[in-house]
Design a protein around this ligand. Structure first.
Ligand SMILES: CC(C)(COP(=O)(O)OP(=O)(O)OC[C@H]1O[C@@H](n2cnc3c(N)ncnc32)[C@H](O)[C@@H]1OP(=O)(O)O)[C@@H](O)C(=O)NCCC(=O)NCCS
Length: 151
C-alpha cells in the first residue's frame, strides 16, 4: 500500500528505514516536554522495524512514522513520532487514518501515552481512540500512562 497525499508519500515500513526512524524518534524525544517511552538502542529499534509500520516521507526523507506489533488480539502501537521540523502539518493524523483504514484483519488498535502528552492525546481522541484505563507512575518522571483503544 502506497499513497501520496498533499503532504507526503505514505508507505509501509521496511527494515531499511531503521536508520532514518531512529533519527526522527530521538529528535522528537529531545524536543518533547514529556517522556514518550523507553529509550531503545539502535539494535532494539532495528529489530522493531522488522515488525509492522507506516512511514510518511518527502523526497525520500522520513518525517513521521508509526511502529506497531501483532499481539494476537490487537495491533499495538509501540512508538510513533513526527520530526520536530514537520510537526503540526497533519502527518500523524494522516498516518493514523491510513492505519485505521488499512490495518490487517481489522483488529483493534491499542496504544499508551503519557497522561501529560496533551498534543498526542488530542490527536488520538480526534482520530476516534477511546481511553480505556491508566497505569499509574509508569513513566520516568512518575507520570501515568493512559491506555487507548480504537475499533
Ligand atoms: C504527537 C506527535 C506525534 C504529533 O505529530 P504531528 O505530525 O505534529 O501531528 P498532526 O500535525 O497530525 O496533528 C497536529 C494536531 O495537534 C494539535 N496540537 C498542536 N499542538 C498542540 C498542543 N500543544 N496541545 C494540543 N493539541 C495540539 C494541532 O492543532 C493539530 O490538530 P488539528 O488537526 O485539529 O489542527 C508529535 O508531536 C511528536 O512526534 N511528538 C513526540 C513523540 C510523541 O509524543 N509520541 C507519542 C507518544 S509515543
Amino acid at each position: 500500500m502506497t499513497s501520496v497525499t498533499a503532504f507526503a508519500k505514505i508507505r509501509k515500513l521496511t527494515p531499511h528505514d531503521a536508520g532514518q526512524i531512529f533519527v526522527v524518534l530521538e529528535t522528537a524525544r529531545d524536543a518533547s516536554k514529556v517522556p514518550i517511552g523507553p529509550k531503545w538502542s539502535y539494535q532494539q529499534l532495528e529489530a522493531e522495524c522488522r515488525e509492522f509500520g507506516l512511514v510518511a516521507e518527502r523526497q525520500h526523507e522520513i518525517q513521521a512514522f508509526i511502529l506497531y506489533r501483532d499481539t494476537g488480539a490487537a495491533w499495538e502501537i509501540s512508538f510513533l513520532a513526527t520530526s520536530p521540523d514537520a510537526q503540526g502539518q497533519g502527518l500523524m493524523t494522516t498516518l493514523l487514518e491510513h492505519l485505521k483504514r488499512d490495518r490487517p484483519q481489522n483488529r483493534p488498535i491499542w496504544l499508551e501515552v503519557h497522561a501529560g502528552n496533551h498534543k498526542a492525546r488530542a490527536i488520538y481522541e480526534k482520530a476516534g481512540f477511546t481511553a480505556t484505563g491508566e497505569r499509574p507512575k509508569y513513566y520516568s518522571d512518575g507520570g501515568a500512562a493512559v491506555l487507548y483503544n480504537y475499533g
